[in-house]
Design a binder for this molecule. Structure first.
Ligand code: ADP
Ligand code: MG
Length: 313
């Protein structure tokens, strides 16, 4: 097996198991459904699978089903002919066509609009598709990976996601556990991010002090690996010395020790509150950006920016 260009750090038995399964299915053409909370590393795992397998030199195409308006998803996937709809001033190739022979990733697949679900099902069954407004029949030969952070089975039960499509996508399932259920990864991931970020932040000798490390290991990580990465980056930005200490960590993480830092648990920054509110709203709306933005009283664009800032994607 050649070296993958992407490193999916896995030390804990729970994540090693996921990685082993991923390696086993990397070469196959089967559709894979990757599930896991936000920030657990689904995107990176998808990329890793692509790089491990025979498609590594072919395109890797990702489409975010949650942040694109439904009307656009279809044309992003299948492309369109000139004049297919208002504004279609020229032919545009879709991901299925551009990703020929490679890997096509449907991120946040549970957010797909019902109409697009129906179309996708048909396309997957027939293995062919047409560009919107087109007549030429094109074959699908890319490998499909579907990612979801909501409970897709719940979405199926509630009728928000077609069961037949779910079965189509769910040929192989990889469940990425939340970081709190694989704490064995925390030191290795921290070291990985430190190594990658320390020189960027002009702190080549930065390292984790023992007490900072034990706080990181006891914190609950609702934002999973993405949150850990942000915390390391923040610590590198603020640290006064090379050995990163508890004072370089956010209040929420410092409070993880229980006892001595109890105060930090009750007194929180506005940013922490904002982050939590956004996370809860996204969860409650099943990551429907338009709906969540409406509830929060901010624009779609602002929500997408904040979602990125707080690592809630
Ligand atoms: N196992 C891992 N090894 C190294 N980096 C990781 C790992 N898991 C996640 N990351 C990093 O954490 C961040 C969030 O991961 P991502 O794949 O975007 O999560 P998700 O798609 O599940 O929300 C990214 O910057 C990613 O590179
Ligand atoms: Mg993602």
């Amino acid at each position: 097996m050649s070296m993958a260009r992407v490193e999916w750090v896995a030390v804990d038995p729970a994540s090693r198991h996921v990685l082993e399964l991923a390696a086993k299915v990397a070469d196959s053409a089967s559709t894979i459904l990757i599930t896991g909370e936000s920030g657990t590393g689904k995107d990176l795992l998808a990329r890793h699978i692509h790089e491990l397998g025979v498609r590594r030199d072919a395109p890797f195409m990702k489409i975010d089903c949650a942040s694109l308006p439904p009307e656009l998803v279809e044309s992003e996937l299948f492309g369109h002919e000139r004049g297919a709809f208002t504004g279609a001033v020229e032919r545009k190739l879709g991901r299925f066509e551009l990703g020929r022979g490679g890997t096509i990733v449907l991120d946040e697949v549970a957010a797909l609009a019902t109409a697009v679900q129906a179309k996708l099902l048909r396309v997957l069954e027939e293995k062919t598709f047409e560009r919107l407004g087109g007549t030429e029949t094109l074959r699908i030969d890319g490998r499909l990976l579907a990612l979801t952070n909501t409970d897709i089975e719940q979405a199926v039960a509630e009728g928000r996601f077609r069961e037949d499509l779910y079965f189509r996508l769910n040929v192989v399932t990889l469940i990425v556990p939340p970081l709190r259920e694989r704490r064995g990864d925390i030191p290795a991931l921290s070291a990985h991010f430190l190594k990658r970020l320390s020189s960027v932040h002009g702190r080549p000798d930065a390292h984790l002090g023992a007490s900072a490390c034990s706080l990181l290991e006891s914190y609950n990580w609702p934002g999973n690996v993405r949150e850990l990465k942000n915390v390391i980056e923040r610590a590198l930005t603020f640290a006064k010395q090379d050995a990163l200490g508890p004072e370089d960590l956010p209040d929420a993480v410092r409070a993880a020790s229980g006892g001595t830092h109890r105060l930090g648990q009750r007194l929180r920054s506005l940013a922490d509150l904002e982050r939590e509110t956004i996370a809860a709203t996204l969860e409650a709306t099943h990551c429907k950006i338009g709906r969540a933005a409406e509830i929060l009283g901010i624009s779609r664009k602002t929500l997408l920016e904040k979602r990125k800032k707080y690592g809630l994607m």
